[in-house]
Ligand binder design. Sequence first.
Ligand code: NAP
Ligand code: GDD
Length: 324
Amino acid sequence: MMKRRALITGITGQDGSYLAEFLLRQGYEVIGMVRRTSTVNFERIKHFQDQITLVTGDLADEVSLISILREHRPSEVYNLAAQSFVQTSWAQPVFTGETTALGVTRMLDAVRIVDPEIRFYQASSSEMFGKVVEVPQTERTPFYPRSPYGVAKVYGHWITVNYRESYNMFACSGILFNHESPRRGLEFVTRKISHGVARIKLGLDEELRLGNLDAQRDWGFAGDYVEAMWLMLQQDHPDDYVVATGETHSVREFCELAFGYVDLDYRDYVVQDERFMRPAEVDLLIGDSSKARATLGWSPKTNFQELVHMMVDADLQLLKEQNR
Ligand code: NAP
Ligand code: GDD
């Protein structure tokens, strides 16, 4: 039997690394697209780098995408690459639009030109719901994005739907709620907290500066969510799905649990800092993933407490190794 071949854009990111591991376990040949950088940033993929093929390309350059598809002929493309940090999208709105919005069109168009039979996954986001118009949010909830990133993701979502309807392509949009892990970038709030807690516990820091503690998110584990991406591309028909836990917690609760896990009280260490407040905030996200549960047979395996503990444990171990 021929091995199935998948292309992942954004393989060096949190989700790309978990998805690659998952696809390798399913017996896929994995092609990972990476950007040319002056120093390598393969931290998240170095432990399985010998099992995948890395190719150079950029979502800003459609020719590079066409060349990669022509050369490697994948049957599935997972478009995970993006400028994914919401706060940065106010400082770099045009760049965010180029990558996170127009980059999706470039990838879809490359698929259409090279082989429209390729199955396509777009990494859409709960950030599209923004100032939510209903609770919980489903596939039918109208979008009201609150950041240049959210606006760019709305474009990426609709262009995916449009290529499906215009060219009959197997293009799916996964509307994923926040998902975290020990591989999360240090600038995102969950990892900033777990890393901060570990530094304080080990005597490396005395405080943790955060922004809005009242924001509420539906946080799941990234390792669970990549399976939903794959399941979407294994169905008979392309469609869009919300992927979420159905539970919401505040940043404050995350702090309480993370500090409490190492016998500390977050109120003694967390300092609110204006620099981390956003010009427009997404106050509350909570997803209803009934469709994914019923159609894909997907459900999250890791609960909130397990996620927080996993992240704090991993950062304690990491810092102990770094400071040995
Ligand atoms: P991440 O850790 O920030 O990874 C982003 C990846 O995109 C990195 O590999 C990055 O490469 C790559 N990239 C950025 N710009 C690129 C460009 N112009 N061309 C090629 N590659 C580029 O993000 P993540 O958390 O894994 O998220 C994966 C995707 O899901 C993103 O599209 C994100 O917006 C979306 N999403 C994430 C969540 C979540 O909670 N994690 C929820 C909903 C949707 P470098 O390593 O070179 O920077
Ligand atoms: N990053 C950060 N840093 N966020 C903070 C801080 C801080 O110091 N203090 C409070 N927050 C609040 C933010 O204001 C926001 O309400 C919440 O914590 C979560 O922020 P992030 O962890 O940066 O994630 P996000 O929800 O903005 O975006 C993530 O999830 C989206 C899905 O809803 C990213 O992964 C996006 O790429 C993804 O689409």
